[in-house]
Each structure stands twice: as C-alpha cells, then as structure tokens.
Design a protein around this ligand. Structure first.
Ligand SMILES: *Cc1c(COP(=O)(O)O)cnc(C)c1O
Ligand SMILES: [Zn+2]
Length: 429
C-alpha cells in the first residue's frame, strides 16, 4: 500500500477504530498519520515519526461517549484526553454567544460565536497547553519552548510557570501584538526576538527541540491538539442543549491549522464511538488572510500538500503563517466534512471586528477572520440560509490593543469643565 493510501484511510471520517499496540497506562499510543507506525507515548520524546518524519496523532484504546463527560472546562473531557493529571488554570468552558443582529444581517438560520478569547490567557492556546504541559511534566522535562505569533507564547509562559518549568519563546521581531508580549514577559518566559517571520522561528525551535535543548509545545506537538479538541466538543454540546441539533458548519481562522485538525479529530472520534453520524459532522470551514493563504490555495487547487509561502503579510498577526505545519491533518478534515476554505482582506477582517464589537464581543483581528469569511461565503452563495453556524473567535480584543484602537473611534480632547464638554457634545449635532 502506498503512503498516500494509508494516510487517506487513517484520516477518513469512517475509519475503523485502530487496534491498540503497546498502550500506556492511560490507554493511549502515538500513531504516524503517514506510514501508520506506532509508538509508546511517554517513554521517549518525539514530535514526528521516526521512520518517515510524518505527523503523529494520539490514539485511544477506548473512545468515550457524551455520557462519559462531567464537570467543567477542558478536563470535563478527561476521558477523551491523555493522562489524568493536569496543569490547569481553569481553561475552556468559554461562552457560545448568541448574536441576533449579526445573525439577521448574515441571514443564516442560527449563528453562534464561540469566544475563545475568554480563556485564562485570552486565547484557545490554553486548551492545548493544559494538556501539553501536563505531558511535559509526565516526561520529566524542565524547559519548554515554542515559536509563536504571540498567543502560544503567552499560554506557554503561564502554564509553564504554573507547572514550575522554565519557558523559552521565539517571536518574529516587530510582528507580535503588544498584549501578548506583555503576558509572556510577566509570566517569566525568556523571550528571543528573531529577525525573521514565524516560520523561521518554528524552524529554529524545532532544531533546538531535536537537539534536546527544550520540549517543543507548538501545535506540531500532538498532545496540544488533544486539548484543542475540546473546542469542538463544547460547540457540539452547546448546540445540542440549545437547539436540539448539531451545528451544520464551524467557521474558524487558520494559521498552522491546529484547530482545524483538532476539531476534525474530535468529530472522527465521536463517529468512531457511534455518537455522531458521519453526515452530521459539521463542515469545517477555514479562513485565512489574503496575504497568508497557503491552505486556501491548496483547497482551491485540490492539492495534496500546501506550498510554503515565503512572504506573508496581514494585520491579523496571529495567522501570519506561510507554512501551516498541520496541513496534512487539516486538509482531509476540510474535505471529508464537506467544508471549504476562503481568504479575506485585512479590510474585511477589520469590518468583522467592528461587527462583533457592536454585539459586545471584543476580539483580536485574526479572530474576526471567521466572521469575515462567513460573510464572504454568504455573498458567494456557498453557505445556505438554512444553516446553523458557529464562528470561532480565537483571541481577545486586548491581545492587540493597537489594532483595536485603530479600528475604533478616536478619543476627543475636551476642556476640564462641564460647559466645555457640553459644547463639544452639542457640536456633534
Ligand atoms: C494561534 C491562533 C490562530 C491560529 O490557529 P491554528 O490552530 O494555528 O490554525 C488563530 N487565531 C489566534 C488568535 C491564534 O492565537
Ligand atoms: Zn511515519
């Protein structure tokens, strides 16, 4: 069998549950999505396949049903996660907001905003870190590292500190929003500003990890994606409880395509456990910025792999990524669920940031890409008016205060007396 065949098969929605090789005490093992080779998860540190360098995925001897979930937050889904010890700051359990005006404006049956900016450090990265740092503790490492467009470094710094470990972050100099650097800094990370873009930072940190200098916590690390699966599980439970139906579509911003891969994995596991019919799996719909859209290019061309973009630019710095490492997991996710991918301009992103702000929801630019993408897909007639849609907003407004101020209203200078203030106010009329 060719690598291509086994790859496609193991990532198919209707793939048979895998039979366990030597499993760890928690019932998990690692499998290569390209060649199928399996590994014990907690004996040796590895991020990719020893034989073919393919991406690894966590597999489970027993897949849980919805009845197995209890409690709140990411660890509500402990039965769907590796290990049962955690390094937690009470992540997850984020709001699934109703947005009646935006829903009417976009003209879909129902629209919900899953606001991941409401996590402890203000982005979904916390869901991956609570699991990833727990695994790091299990492996006994003492130094954690990541390359980051900002939010991963904030989460790594906070969770690493919480777990009593040293943290090292590599950031593209001048391209990280102020709030994110402030977080990494105060939580005590050693911050290295690289004279290059995110993809260069990731190349370097992968090298450092391979040489044993630090434990890598980018989304190439398969354990992080396990934590991020819980976004999909929360969205499903939220729609089920509020509408008595699953969402038809989930629209999300795409950078390294970790979330796209993680949500797809959550849905595949539910299908394998008999909890979700394959035709009920939400259509995964990825949105990128026009200046950094290699995934969109691959989907539009029907390509099996993404072409690395060497030059990337967008005001949505969190998705300013030209070489999405999780593409081999995410492309089948978009295709097998009947989803699609679309790119939007920075102007469309800022307009969507304002749309959300009008509903009281404050997000950073990358997050607003989901709503901008949904609008564009409605205009193109790709999204039906009968659809129930969830848009994922990945990070909080305060992450990027400069972008928010630039998109919002200008403060007006006034004199320090009521009459003077009234003059300015009536001057409006
Ligand atoms: C990391 C990040 C993304 C990109 O997510 P991927 O899982 O890498 O596709 C999008 N938005 C924000 C705010 C992020 O921090
Ligand atoms: Zn392999």
């Amino acid at each position: 069998m060719s690598t291509e065949d086994s790859h496609t098969r193991s990532l198919s929605l209707t793939a048979e549950p895998a039979s366990p090789p030597d499993v760890a005490a928690d019932g998990t093992w690692l499998a290569c999505i390209a060649c199928g080779e399996t590994f014990a998860p907690f004996e040796t540190i590895r991020y990719t396949c020893d034989s073919c360098d393919g991406l690894l995925e966590v597999r489970y001897a027993d897949l849980p049903t919805f009845d197995d979930f209890s409690g709140r937050g990411v660890w509500r889904y402990a039965e769907a996660l590796p290990l049962d010890v955690d390094v937690t700051i009470q992540e997850g359990d984020t709001p699934l907001y109703r947005v009646p005006r935006l829903e009417a404006d976009l003209g879909v049956e129902s629209l919900r905003i899953k606001h991941e900016g409401m996590n402890p450090t203000g982005s979904f990265k916390d869901r991956g870190m609570t699991v990833g740092v727990a695994v790091a503790a299990e492996l006994g490492v003492d130094r954690l590292a990541c390359a980051s467009t900002g939010n991963t470094s904030a989460a790594l710094a906070a969770y690493g500190s919480r777990g009593g470990m040293e943290t090292l972050v590599l950031l593209p100099a001048g391209k990280v929003a102020a709030g994110k650097i402030a977080q990494a800094s105060l939580h005590g990370a050693r911050i290295l500003e690289v004279d290059g873009n995110f993809d260069h930072c990731l190349d370097i940190v992968q090298e450092l990890a391979t040489r044993g200098e630090a434990y890598l916590l980018n989304s190439l690390n398969p354990f992080r994606l396990e934590g991020q699966k819980t976004i999909g599980l929360e969205i499903l439970e939220g729609f089920r409880d509020d509408y008595g139906a699953w969402p038809d579509r989930i629209v999300l911003p795409v950078g390294n395509a970790g979330n796209t891969s993680a949500l797809y994995k959550a849905f595949r596991e539910l299908v394998q456990a008999g909890e979700l019919e394959p035709e009920d799996v939400p259509k995964l719909t990825g949105v990128q910025a026009e200046g950094a859209a290699p995934m969109v290019e691959a989907i539009e061309k029907g390509a099996d792999a993404v072409r690395r973009w060497d030059e990337v630019e967008t005001r949505a710095t969190a998705i300013r990524i030209g070489n999405p490492v999780n593409a081999p997991k995410a492309l089948p996710g978009i295709r097998e669920t009947g989803g699609t991918a679309i790119s939007v301009s920075d102007e469309q992103i800022t307009a969507a940031q304002r749309d959300l702000a009008e509903e009281g929801i404050g997000v950073e630019p990358a997050s607003a890409a989901s709503v901008a993408g949904l609008r564009a897909l409605r205009e193109r007639g790709v999204v039906d008016d009968a659809e129930r849609v969830a848009c994922l907003t990945t990070g909080h407004l305060l992450k990027d205060p400069d972008a928010a101020a630039a998109a919002g209203r200008e403060p007006e200078p006034v004199p320090a007396d009521t009459e003077g203030v009234l003059t300015v106010l009536t001057g409006d009329k």
